[in-house]
Structures are given as C-alpha cells and as structure tokens.
Design a protein around this ligand. Structure first.
Ligand code: NAP
Length: 248
C-alpha cells in the first residue's frame, strides 16, 4: 500500500474521528505524528499502535503551535508527506443565545489553525509532492439552523480547501472530507442539554438515508483514500461527503 513509510500528521487524534484516522493510518503503515491539547489520550494511542507515533501535546490555535507540530514530524521522520487537519469543536446554540466568542473559537480551530499548519508544512509538502486532508462537515454546505456558527466555520474551511487546492497545485493536493453525524465526544461537549442532544440525534437520523450514524473508521477510510496518491493522485479541491447520503 502506498501509505507505507509516509510521514503523516493528524491533529485532534486523541478521540473520536481523529483517533479512527490515526489507527487506520498506522495499520496502513504510515509514520505518525499526532497532536492535541491533552497528552494522556495521545500517549495511550501511541502505546497501543504498532507503528511509530510522535506525540505533540499542544493547542493548535496557540502561537507557534504549527511550527512545533511540523518540526516534531520532520525531526522524527526526516520528512512530512501529509497533513490531516481534524481537530475541531462544536458550540451549538440558536443565534439569540450564541456567544460571539464561540464563533471566534471555532474559526480559530477550523480555519486559522489548518491554514497556518499548511503554511508551515508547505516546503516539506512541496518537496514530497504531498497532500492535505481537512476534516470539515456536511454543516459547511447545508443550512444549519441552531448551529449556524459551526456551519459557517466549516464553510470557511471548505473555501480554504478549494482555494489552496488551486494555489498549491500541482505539487500539493488539498481535499476535504465532509462527515455526517458520527458518535463521538464532540456531541457531549457541544453545549446542549441531554434532551437537546437526543432531539438532534433523532432529527439527523431521520435526515440520513442510510438510517444510521457513521463511524470514525468509515471517515478514516475516505481520508486514507484522499491521502494516497495511488488511489487519488488526480483528485484535488474535492469536498467529499461521507454522510450516509445526508447531502443528497
Ligand atoms: N462527530 C460528528 O458528528 C462530526 C460530524 C462532522 C464533522 N466532524 C468533525 O470531525 C472532527 C473531529 O471531531 P470528533 O467528532 O471526532 O470530536 P472529538 O472526539 O471531540 O475530537 C476532537 C479532537 O480535537 C481536539 N482539539 C479540539 N480543540 C483543539 C485545539 N485547540 N488544539 C488541539 N486539539 C484540539 C480534541 O482533543 P483535545 O481536547 O485533547 O485538544 C479532540 O481530540 C472535527 O473537526 C469535527 O468538527 C464531526
């Protein structure tokens, strides 16, 4: 498989979809660098996986974070082939109750940090004719009543993906996956009550033709496809829904 021996960095790999991506990449033979704020879940992941894993405990929005993450990967493996911008957070609230600071926080993690990571990684990605995959959301293309700030931040990430795909071609490919609902800790951290979470889950399930939530590994398989030049070498600027048919 052509991800064997490739140096791949994944942000937000300590839980949920990011952990699924790291696990699958490791199984496919990638040399991993994983980043997130909490060190413990990243270390637990590193201990469990068979392949090499470099852990970087850092807030991706902090000054100097992108440089630290990129330097850690290059120092450990001598190169950086690919970057998966997965770190994310959800603050769901109707507009009247929403805090403008929540919009700032989501833009910082979903847009500014990925942009800065690509900028810092660019010389390495160019040298390796590498690839970027951004973990966006169906919320970046669909209307998101009650979750407008989240949707707006992911729409900005979609725009960044397409613009950078044009700007960085042909050396570096830039794509995004747009997951539908996946059971992860993000739901518990989104600022909703238990009842509100249950109502939203029911609504989303009814809007998903495949009739179930996705899994982290199902998103991870699409990420691997987009990272691997043998499988997707002529694909750049794609916004790939991985959503059980929701956007259809
Ligand atoms: N779950 C879904 O239904 C769904 C649907 C569509 C898209 N997504 C997207 O999928 C991605 C992963 O989400 P998830 O569902 O797997 O949620 P999750 O389990 O909460 O994972 C989010 C990860 O991001 C990390 N993170 C958050 N803020 C960070 C920061 N400032 N710096 C570094 N790391 C940070 C968290 O680790 P620390 O707290 O340790 O930093 C955590 O490991 C997100 O971009 C999310 O928007 C999720």
């Amino acid at each position: 498989m052509s991800l064997v021996g490739r140096s791949v960095t994944v942000t937000g790999a300590g839980s949920g979809i990011g952990r699924g991506i790291a696990e699958r990449l490791s199984r496919e033979g990638a040399l991993l660098t994983v980043a997130g704020r909490r060190e413990a879940p990243l270390k637990e992941l590193a201990d469990r996986l068979e392949g090499p894993v470099r852990v970087v405990a850092v807030d991706v929005t902090a000054p100097g974070a992108a440089r630290r993450i990129v330097d850690a990967a290059v120092e450990r493996y001598g190169r950086l082939d690919a970057l998966v911008n997965n770190a994310g957070l959800a603050r769901f609230a109707p507009l009247e109750d929403a805090e403008p600071a929540d919009l700032d926080a989501m833009v910082a993690v979903h847009v500014r940090a990925p942009a800065e990571l690509v900028r810092r990684a660019l010389p390495h990605l160019r040298e390796r004719r590498g690839s970027v995959v951004n973990v966006s959301s169906v919320g970046g293309t669909l209307a998101m009543p009650g979750r407008a700030y989240y949707g707006a931040s992911k729409a900005a990430l979609n725009s960044l993906t397409r613009s950078l795909a044009r700007e960085l071609a042909p050396e570096v490919r830039v794509n995004a996956v747009l997951p539908g609902p996946v059971d992860t800790p993000m739901w518990q951290d989104a600022g909703l009550t238990g009842d509100q979470i249950e109502n939203l889950r029911t609504t989303l399930l009814a809007a998903t033709p495949m009739g179930r939530f996705g899994t982290g590994d199902e998103v991870a398989r699409s990420v691997c496809f987009l990272l691997d030049p043998e499988r997707s070498g002529w694909i750049t600027g794609a916004l790939l829904p991985v959503d059980g048919g929701r956007t259809a």
